[in-house]
Each structure stands twice: as structure tokens, then as C-alpha cells.
Write a protein that binds this ligand. Structure first.
Ligand SMILES: [Zn+2]
Length: 92
């Protein structure tokens, strides 16, 4: 499998700073959009990721719910941390 997602854009969908809970809308360079949930206590931890059903899945091509993005959660989390996507999104 050669697909490897790369984050293009991140926006805060909702946040509860008191409890350290964050929901982001993530756009990948191939146009795929995902919803990611994070907790921060104090380190960022991805708790869930799901693809928004606006575009077909880049892996299995389904346009309904699938679990493909789960396998990239570690990879995407690493990009989130290394490129400081949450800090940038929260600063907007
Ligand atoms: Zn899929």
C-alpha cells in the first residue's frame, strides 16, 4: 500500500480547554477530510479519527464509513506533533 496521508490544513471544530478535549477538522493534501479528536493532559493524545464522508476514501474508495484512516492515526499524529498543527489551529 503506497498511500500515505499528509496534512494540508487543520481547523478547530470544538474545544473544551477545561477538560483538555479538542475536536479538529483535518484536510489532507489529496482532499480527504477527517475529523480527529484529541485530549491534552498535558501531552496531546489522539483519541479518535474518522473520515468525513464528503469525499471517497483514498484507500478503499468507499464513500461511506470505513476504518481505513485508523491505520494512519500514528502517522498523522506524528505530523500533528512535528509540524505543530494544533498550536497553529488554536492560535487562529
Ligand atoms: Zn476506506
Amino acid at each position: 500500500m503506497s498511500y500515505r496521508p499528509s496534512i494540508a490544513q487543520l481547523q478547530v471544530a470544538s474545544k473544551n480547554e477545561k477538560d483538555g478535549l479538542y475536536e479538529f477538522t483535518m484536510k489532507l493534501v489529496d482532499g480527504t477530510q477527517c475529523r480527529v479528536f484529541y485530549s491534552k493532559a498535558p501531552d496531546w493524545k489522539m483519541t479518535a479519527i474518522s473520515r468525513l464522508q464528503k469525499t471517497p476514501c483514498p484507500v478503499c474508495r468507499k464513500d461511506f464509513i470505513c476504518k481505513c484512516m485508523d491505520q494512519w492515526s500514528g502517522d498523522l499524529h506524528q505530523q500533528m506533533i512535528e509540524d505543530e498543527w494544533m498550536q497553529k489551529a488554536l492560535a487562529e
